[in-house]
Structures are given as structure tokens and as C-alpha cells.
Write a protein that binds this ligand. Structure first.
Ligand code: AMP
Length: 196
């Protein structure tokens, strides 16, 4: 965990890690949102770090960023190469297991954006928040949706705060946004924030 601490407080927001769904059987509006985020990252010269897949929102975001000339790094565990159809047109690393993938995605990023997704997306986002809660890093996280997808999650966080399980200041680690531009700007504003 010392290594994690050393990677804190980036001087600039050079890379953003995006967590999002891998399923392609989703409403098209989510795919469009992922594409818009990919284009926005590329347009701002911010590298996209993601799970390496060519399916679902993951693939949509990466392909859109790549098509706009953006830098992309995909990190894929070997056992998911087929299932998540690794996208090889961009820089990619194949790692031995899920743990290594998650740690590498964390280390390569200055901040995080969470798009709509399933259990994997939720797990990845909550793990990063749990590390923030433990004081292991201060990288901010934005949840991005256009349809209130993440509202119940923020309602839960409010209940958790009201119950005294986390301090009110923890709200500063995360923000809820409805456009890619707002999400990135919010992360830039918050990048050296949190004192828990
Ligand atoms: P999902 O949101 O379930 O579609 O998954 C999104 C991404 O999270 C996929 O690339 C999955 O491989 C990944 N994922 C699934 N389970 C986990 C987990 N326990 N930890 C980290 N990533 C996961």
C-alpha cells in the first residue's frame, strides 16, 4: 500500500480510468454516452485507461477515443481475452489476473469516471472508494449518467453518511454528473482535494 500512497496527488490530470459495463445487450443510449466520453477525453488530450475490452460500453468508449486520435491503454486479464474481446488497435497489456488488472488501472490513472454498468463496474468503483476511505489515495471519482442511473447509489451514500458510517467530507471524493465535459471538469477541479 506504500506504493499506492506514492502515486497520489497528480500534478495534472493526464489519465482518467473509466469503469463501465461490458455487456452489449444494453440500451443504445448508454453506448452513445460511452462514445461521447471517449471523444471528450480524446479532445482534451487525456489518456483513457480502461479494462481493455471491445464489447459493451468499454469497447464503445475506447473505439470512440481512438477514432478521435486519443491515447488509450487497455488492461485485460488473460482469462477474459475471448469473453471481453480484447481491443488490440490501442496500447494494451495482458495481465495474469483480475487483481493485477485492477491495481494497474488504479496506478495508471489520476482520476476515475464511472459510467453505467453491472456488478463488475460497481465492484471496481466501490473498491476505489474504499481505498479513499482508508486514506490510501486522494484521486477523485465522477459518476456519469444522463438518466439518473446512479441516483440510487448517491441516495445510499447519503443514508450511509446520515447513519454516521462515513464523514460528510467523504462526499468530496465523488461527484454525480450528466455530461462528459462536466465530469472531466469536476475531476480537474477536485484533483488535490480530500483530507479525511
Ligand atoms: P460489468 O459491469 O459487470 O459489465 O463489468 C464491467 C467490467 O468489470 C468487466 O470488464 C469485468 O471484467 C469487470 N469485472 C467483473 N467483475 C469484477 C471484479 N470482481 N473486480 C473487478 N472487475 C470486475
Amino acid at each position: 500500500m506504500d506504493d499506492i500512497r506514492k502515486s497520489l496527488s497528480p500534478a495534472r490530470l493526464g489519465s482518467i480510468c473509466v469503469y463501465c459495463g461490458a455487456s452489449s445487450a444494453v440500451n443504445e443510449k448508454y453506448i452513445r454516452l460511452a462514445e461521447a466520453l471517449g471523444r471528450e477525453l480524446a479532445g482534451r488530450g487525456i489518456r483513457l485507461v480502461y479494462g481493455g475490452g471491445g464489447v459493451g460500453l468499454m469497447g464503445a468508449c475506447a473505439m470512440a477515443a481512438h477514432e478521435r486520435g486519443g491515447e488509450v491503454l487497455g488492461i485485460m486479464p488473460r482469462f477474459l481475452l475471448q469473453k471481453e474481446r480484447i481491443y488490440t488497435d490501442v496500447e494494451h497489456r495482458i495481465v495474469d489476473d483480475m487483481h493485477t488488472r485492477k491495481m494497474m488501472m488504479f496506478e495508471e490513472a489520476d482520476a476515475f469516471i464511472v459510467l453505467p454498468g453491472g456488478i463488475g463496474t460497481l465492484e471496481e468503483a466501490v473498491e476505489i472508494l474504499s481505498w479513499a476511505r482508508l486514506g490510501l489515495h486522494a484521486k477523485p471519482m465522477a459518476f456519469l449518467d444522463e438518466d439518473g442511473f446512479w441516483e440510487p447509489f448517491f441516495e445510499l451514500i447519503e443514508k450511509i453518511i446520515a447513519g454516521g458510517f462515513i464523514p460528510e467530507e467523504f462526499r468530496g471524493t465523488m461527484v454525480h454528473c450528466t455530461t462528459s465535459a462536466d465530469a472531466i471538469t469536476a475531476l480537474e477541479d477536485r484533483r488535490v482535494v480530500i483530507d479525511l
